[in-house]
Design a protein around this ligand. Structure first.
Ligand SMILES: [Zn+2]
Length: 261
């Protein structure tokens, strides 16, 4: 019998294949508010934030309250002491600033999705470009494997999501997906951890940028094998997200330690 390769056989990835014996740490013990401030700064640094638009909410395991950015501050200037806390119905319970009604996008998604401890929303440029064309990015490069079977397109734009009932409808449409692109609007990324959600956010903008440039070539890339993509997806989630986050945190803190204040 000649050796044969079944290209559709499941391909393993992530910790099933390899786990590092040691990973470079952040080097600083961060409170939740400090970690969230670092996440805002990092995503602003890489061009994910449309100035002061958007939110990140973090509902720590076992809690209904969530940490969030206030209205009016840009992501690039936030510090730990700017972070507010809202209850599950979006009322500010701690913090020195106010929070917009748009936060319902987050509170209703947290309510519907206990796995989504962190929800990130903004209007990064290349995501917005494809959202305006009303299309999801083609997954034509290995990094896109992160979103295999995990992308949702919300194909109608109906203005600001500023009430709980509008946000509930949106959460229903997103279902179990960890990445939703909203027509003519922006993106919602979720994660079980801050690291996971930040990594998905950073990655979707790069995936959309690449997909857009592929569209410009007018050529059709050969598809990747699904099984290979599934293995890569496991590696990206289980192995890359945490070290991406640790590196992002180290560089952000090094650039301005004031983010922790
Ligand atoms: Zn928005």
């Amino acid at each position: 019998m000649p050796d044969s390769v079944d290209v559709q056989s499941p391909r393993l990835g992530g910790s099933a294949v390899w786990s590092p014996s040691v990973v470079p740490p952040i080097g600083v013990e961060l409170s939740n508010a400090q970690a969230l401030a670092v996440a805002f700064r990092h995503l602003a640094d890489i061009g994910f934030a449309e100035n002061m638009a958007g939110h990140i909410t973090w509902q720590p395991e076992g809690q209904t309250e969530m940490l969030v950015n206030p209205w009016g501050l840009w992501w690039a200037e936030l510090t730990a002491s700017d972070i507010c806390t809202v209850d599950e119905d979006a009322r500010v319970v701690r913090g020195r600033w106010d929070v917009t009604p748009a936060i319902h996008i987050h509170t209703e998604l947290h309510r519907a999705r206990p796995d989504a401890r962190v929800v990130i929303h903004n209007h990064p440029y290349y995501v917005s470009l494809l959202a305006s064309l009303q299309t999801l990015p083609e997954l034509v490069h290995q990094t896109g494997s992160l979103f295999l079977d995990d992308l949702c397109f919300v194909d109608t734009y109906d203005g600001e999501v500023d009430t709980a009932s509008r946000a509930r409808e949106l959460a229903e449409r997103i279902g179990g997906a960890n990445l939703a692109i909203l027509a003519s609007h922006g993106v919602i990324a979720t994660g079980r951890t801050l690291a996971e959600a930040v990594y998905r956010s950073a990655t979707i903008e790069r995936v959309c940028k690449l997909a857009y440039h592929v569209m410009l070539t007018g050529r059709t890339p050969p598809p990747m094998n699904r099984s290979d993509m599934a293995g890569m997806q496991a590696s990206l989630i289980e192995r890359a997200a945490d070290v991406y986050w640790a590196g992002a945190a180290r560089m952000t803190i090094k650039a301005d330690r004031g983010v922790l204040e």
